[in-house]
Design a protein around this ligand. Structure first.
Ligand code: ARG
Ligand code: ZN
Length: 886
């Protein structure tokens, strides 16, 4: 808790550490009512700092009860050092020295889930970013890298498994029922990559032979009841290891790689060296209990954490302002991996929809910050969509500009040059430049300027000269602390379509001949024109193919042009994008009608475009499913000047009903055919099967709007007979959102009875109900908070119920009387004391108050002010609330 004025940390104040820690020897004695931590730090002065008088040594430490501290075996008396709330200061008397400290900590009462804590009966750690200082006095900063040896001792019966980073080197038992194990990590690492686990865990085991022929033991540790849900994660791990060898030439480096699943975890997972700790939701997956989306999420997160072994661990960050160095790059790597394992176009569509809905909103809100932030109060608040997802887009643009080969040369040079170092975003870009003889100086503005650029495009066709010019104008709105922006380098991948739908050859003015039919133009100026020659007929431009830059594209497409691109664009992503833009235009027209109190009347061209898709059996079913999904309410909110959530909801529901009525026959036919295949096929977690079920399920969600008896019967059949959670949960969700109360209540009850002992399935049960837009949503959520399976102490439960309500149930959350806002603020105030990181994340919807009408703005601001006045705020909550009121 914050008791002093919060300190703002600035990138410009960075200084290398005065001291280094060559070796770290830790001993943990775990007990039920306390843990003793002994740390021996072998230290020396940093030769890179100015010589002269020895500076004082400031060790980070928080919530530690100091038992003793010694300098070179000399026990220090109270007057020999100074203690503050987060620091221990002492004066070394030689260039090299050893510090020994003993502290008591309390994992058993740690609800913040940072440092050492208990999740159920197991001990585990989460040290990134600054959790290690809650374990022992240390230089808890990523540019201090040390060789760790760790001994853990605990009662043998309750904690048969004792794990830490690296390789196991010794173990034994004592007479008193306790045992111990010692682990040694041969690689130097910063403290944020430290991990410890102790518990009654079972493991599934496998092995992987690396490209140089070394055998690596693979283990996934879980609570005994979950050993049957680890195979998918294990398969994903082996695929990740192989993929990183092939795509990046990166080989694993220890004899053993372990994953541990824990139920109480603030984020998805953590890449601790050799001992990844995962939220159980990111490991456990089997057909009966996890959806296709959950299976894909497990594969992606297992990959992500594994890839960090190079992009994060072998080469780490100098300071936390460089977080995107490892996170943006690693998200980019995991997205390439997922694209290779499944459908690349579907993956791109999902990523872009997510980015545009959520990251664009962040970039337009009060917490907007650059990919490399300049300052922070609480670093935990900067594990954001901007640092992760926009950071990945920035790396993707580097690849687009340099080409795949050039990018690989750059990454090879980066890993070779900086192995074992803590480096910066500049070092990453420099390696890319040096390997390619490229100049990315202007490009680096993507790292320093926040906000989403807008790219406005206009065209001119000269019939007589056969030339076609595209003029690009870029601008970027002001963001906190950044009133004006310099032009970005915007890679625009594009093609020109002839009237028959084919791609035309592209030749720019001045070029000797045409080159390719899809090319990347780098827009570098505020306004810039490119002229194509030999353009035989007036083309239809396909712009920003594959979403080649994270910008808002403005081009005045007519609806007929969009329908043309939907059918003919050779770029699969842009076919989807044309459909989205068409839907947005149609929905915005409906929103306007609703606001003016007119009867809603929908442009039927959207229906005929969707009919054409549905009738084409050759198209990838997953893409058809994506194209049938209308832009979400959150995206429609993001692109509105002032979001009228009631109008958005009414318009979207009206469109869904119109589509369902008009396309009942083809939807019913595709549904029945796909359900039939599902019935006769055992569950497989692969792209082709994901695709079939996706189309089947979106069809069902439309069909239920018809309220026909045969559809309800089909839905109940799917709920009862499906052998997998993907089909069962969709059937449940569409019933929950339907007017069939008896069926709804019965299925909800059956589901809960069947899955009451599986917390991850109960999370889905909570989410489905939290997202139900029918009136009374807040009351339903409040009732569910009393359910025995719910607890505020488990982050997954908070996200599943409260998070889903505030982020996905927009009509109920934004109730005109403000009750939704008051409810969320109450939960934030409670959680502020329990788990600041979760409290601060839960707050995000309230920070978007500028998007709404003045009555709602006042209500939302009122709740933010109430939180600010509610007492002792964590630095996490304080930073977000104060910045969003500023
Ligand atoms: N490095 C982790 C990842 O793979 C995230 C851990 C961040 N944890 C936190 N409490 N902020 O993305
Ligand atoms: Zn990561």
């Amino acid at each position: 808790m914050r008791t002093e004025q919060p300190k703002v940390i600035h990138l410009k104040d960075y200084q290398a550490p005065e001291y280094l820690i060559d070796e770290t020897h830790l001993t943990f004695e775990l007990y039920e009512d306390r843990t003793l931590v002994h740390a021996q730090l072998v230290m020396r002065r940093n030769p890179e700092r100015p010589a002269g008088k020895l500076p004082p040594l400031d060790l980070h430490g928080q919530e530690l009860e100091l038992l003793s501290i010694a300098l070179n075996d000399r026990e220090l008396a109270a007057g020999d050092y100074q203690l503050s709330e987060d620091c221990l200061t002492l004066q070394p008397d030689s260039d090299s020295f050893v510090i020994d400290s003993s502290v008591v900590i309390h994992p058993e009462t740690n609800t913040a889930l940072e440092g050492l804590y208990k999740s159920g009966s197991m001990f585990c750690t989460q040290c990134e970013a600054e959790g290690f200082r809650k374990i022992t006095y240390y230089l808890d900063r990523p540019d201090v890298m040390s060789k760790f040896t760790t001994t853990v001792s605990a009662e043998q019966k309750a904690y048969p498994v004792l794990l830490s980073n690296g390789n196991p080197i010794a173990s034994g038992s004592e007479d008193n029922g306790r045992h111990w194990a010692t682990w040694e990590d041969p690689f130097k690492k910063p403290a944020y990559l430290f991990a410890l686990v102790a518990g009654d865990l079972w493991a599934i085991e496998d092995s992987f032979t690396t490209m140089s022929g070394r055998d690596v033991a693979l283990r996934i540790y879980v609570e005994p009841e979950n050993v049957d849900k680890c195979q998918h994660a294990m398969d994903s791990l082996k695929k990740s290891m192989k993929w990183d060898e092939e795509a990046y030439g990166r080989e694993y480096d220890l004899d053993i790689f372990m994953i541990v699943a824990v139920n109480d975890f603030n984020m998805g997972a953590m890449e601790n060296k050799g001992l990844n700790i995962f939220n159980s939701s990111a490991v456990l997956a089997r057909a009966e209990t996890a959806t296709d989306a959950a299976h894909q999420r497990v594969e992606a997160i297992v990959g992500h954490e594994y890839f960090h072994n190079w992009s994060g661990n072998r080469v780490t960050c100098r300071d936390w302002f460089q977080l995107s160095l490892k996170e943006g790059f690693t998200v980019f790597r995991d997205s390439q991996f997922s694209a290779d394992m499944n459908s690349a176009t579907v993956k791109r569509v999902e990523d872009v929809a997510y980015l545009r809905t959520h990251q664009f909103a962040e970039d337009a809100g009060p917490m907007a910050h650059s990919v490399r932030p300049e300052s922070f109060i609480e670093i935990s608040n900067f594990y954001t969509l901007t640092v992760y997802e926009k950071g990945a887009e920035v790396v993707r643009m580097i690849q687009t500009l340099l080409g795949e080969e050039g990018f690989r040369k750059g990454s090879d040079l980066y890993f070779e040059r900086h192995d074992g170092q803590a480096v910066t975003v500049d070092d990453f870009v420099k390696a890319m430049e040096d390997a390619n003889g490229a100049d990315l100086t202007q490009f680096k503005r993507w790292y320093s300027q926040s906000g989403t650029p807008r790219l406005t495009v206009s065209e001119q066709y000269d019939e007589a000269a056969k030339t076609y010019s595209l003029t690009f104008r870029q601008s970027c709105p002001p963001t906190p602390g950044q009133p004006t922006k310099e032009p970005f380098v915007i890679p625009v991948k594009l093609g020109l379509l002839a009237a028959d739908g084919s791609d035309m050859p592209l030749r720019l003015q001045g070029e000797p001949q045409a080159a390719g039919t899809s090319r990347v133009l780098a827009v570098t100026e505020a306004e810039q024109t490119f002229t194509f020659v030999d353009v035989a007929e007036r083309p239809q431009p396909s712009l920003l193919r594959g979403f080649s830059a994270p910008v808002k594209l403005d081009y005045p497409y007519s609806r007929d042009q969009l329908m043309f691109l939907m059918q003919h664009d050779s770029d699969g992503f842009n076919r989807w994008e044309a459909g989205q833009q068409l839907s947005v235009q149609v929905l915005q027209e409906l929103i306007g009608q609703h606001q003016r109190g007119e009867a809603l009347a929908m442009d039927e061209r959207l229906i005929s475009a969707l009919r054409t898709l549905l009738q084409n059996d050759e198209l990838d079913a997953a893409m058809v499913a994506e194209m049938l999904s209308l832009p979400g309410e959150a995206y429609l909110t993001e692109i509105s000047e002032v979001a009228d959530i009631d109008a958005i909801h009414a318009a979207r529901e009206f469109a869904r009903k119109r589509i369902a009525d008009a396309l009942f026959e083809p939807l019913w036919q595709r549904y029945q055919a796909n359900r039939e295949t599902s019935r006769n096929t055992a569950y497989v977690a692969s792209a082709e099967h994901f695709a079939r079920r996706a189309l089947q399920n979106i069809a069902l969600s439309y069909l239920m709007l018809s309220e026909k008896a045969e559809v309800v019967a089909a839905c109940l059949e799917q709920f009862e007979q499906a052998d997998n959670m993907t089909e069962r949960l969709t059937a449940l969700a569409v019933l929950v959102n339907s007017p069939f109360e008896a069926e709804r209540d019965k299925t909800l009850q059956t589901f809960a009875e069947h899955f009451k002992d599986n917390p991850l399935v109960m999370d889905q049960w909570f989410s489905v109900q939290a997202g139900n837009p029918l009136p009374g949503g807040l009351e339903r959520v409040q009732t569910l908070m009393q359910h025995p399976a719910f607890t505020l102490k488990n982050p997954n439960k908070v996200r599943a119920l409260i998070g889903a309500f505030a982020n996905q149930n927009l009509v109920n959350f934004h109730r005109a009387d403000g009750a939704g806002y008051r409810f969320l603020a109450d939960q934030v105030i409670t959680l502020n004391a329990l788990n600041p990181q979760i409290a601060s994340r839960l707050l995000a919807p309230l920070t978007r108050w500028r998007k709404y009408d003045s009555a709602r703005q006042a209500l939302m601001k009122g709740e933010l002010e109430r939180i600010l006045a509610s007492g002792e705020l964590s630095s996490d909550v304080y930073e977000v609330v104060s910045k969003s009121l500023a």
